[in-house]
Design a protein. Structure first.
Length: 174
């Protein structure tokens, strides 16, 4: 399946899930989840299972998603928000490790526009990013180096160039 076909399928699947009400919605500034007693008493170095809520919190703690959320809210005048959508499906297995699949979206009253798809490990602290174009997963370091996600909002937030006055007419031919 081509990259664009996957995007269309993903888009329709997200729309169907939103319409069916089977989507977990988490805005950036909603309540944080306290660590579980088991996590607090875990031995250093031990890998504890991570709940989906903890995975969402880990994802929303990324500086890129904090900045994207703030930008979406500001640019929309508060009518849209950064959010994480979860389709309630089983975890995805990559190289023998389980991951929650979570989509960061721009959520408005009319639609949810996907910005990025993340894979958050169910154990440990690994977060991967789905590269839909090349059907691969990137580490956060690769994603940051290859796509420069902060530039996505820097370009949109840059002020418009100021008017320099009328453009002079071209000189007549000799």
């Amino acid at each position: 399946m081509s990259g664009s076909s996957k995007k269309v399928v993903l888009l329709f699947a997200m729309i169907a899930l939103v319409a069916a009400g089977a989507v977990v919605y988490h805005r950036y500034h909603e309540s944080a989840h306290a660590p579980t007693p088991a996590a607090a008493s875990a031995k250093p170095g031990a890998q504890m299972a991570r709940t989906k809520a903890q995975a969402i919190d880990a994802l929303m703690a990324l500086p890129e998603l904090k900045a994207w959320s703030a930008h979406i809210e500001k640019a929309s005048g508060g009518s849209a928000h950064g959010a994480v959508l979860d389709d309630e499906t089983a975890t995805k297995v990559i190289n023998g490790k389980n991951y929650w699949t979570l989509n960061f979206v721009e959520n408005s009253k009319d639609a949810a526009h996907r910005w990025e798809t993340f894979l958050v490990a169910t154990t440990g602290d690994e977060i991967l990013v789905e590269d839909m174009n090349d059907d691969r997963q990137l580490t956060l370091a690769q994603w940051r180096a290859e796509t420069r996600p902060m530039e996505r909002i820097a370009k949109k937030a840059a002020p418009a160039p100021t008017e320099a006055g009328p453009v002079p007419a071209p000189a007549p031919p000799p």
